[in-house]
Design a protein around this ligand. Sequence first.
Ligand SMILES: [Zn+2]
Length: 215
Amino acid sequence: MLFVNMSLQKGRDESLNTLGKLRDGLPDPIKNDEGRITNEFKPFSDPQDIRRLKAAIEYIEKRILHLGEPAAKDSIASTCNAYFLRLPRRRSLEQLVTDPGEKIWIHYDPIGTDAGAARGKDITLGRKALGGNVQVLAATLIHELAHVVGARDDDGTAEDALLHCGLSKQHVANNIIGKSKADAAAKRQSTKLPAKPPGRPRIAPNAVPRVAPQH
Ligand SMILES: [Zn+2]
């Protein structure tokens, strides 16, 4: 279940308070090999950021998972959940989003140049993700949620979650920075490949970070 680390919206849009609350005991920041802090885990306080995050979570719940509707075979929800169930910790996206036993916190990263980062069950979102549209933010969340269940960047399994969750445009559009149109076309073609069997995720041969380097 997703919880947002956020300060109380008193006198502002108080309906946002149903999304989360201030969390005690923040995770330590992520540091690079030189010991420099690259990502922080802070509470959200800007109501505009919280509204954007709320819209992205609702996009995942309604447009991707179709929560509350009867499960349809071969739907985006079923292919997306099936992809997540093949990741090392074997939890569906629906379980991550709805199961109270999966308590996942979403934090704000004011300093990171990354779109997002994850450590254990803590996700942090930077300005690059928060400054994008609802699909960019939903895509970043799904990438980071894939990390929560053990997907990686070096083999492309975190980013490839987007191909299975109805956000392949985000995967393609943001992976062509500095690439030729031919590469982009090849990439687009590769999104049509069928999924590999469990434990053998497709390896992105020329994986480039989607919005910015992500972890
Ligand atoms: Zn990543």
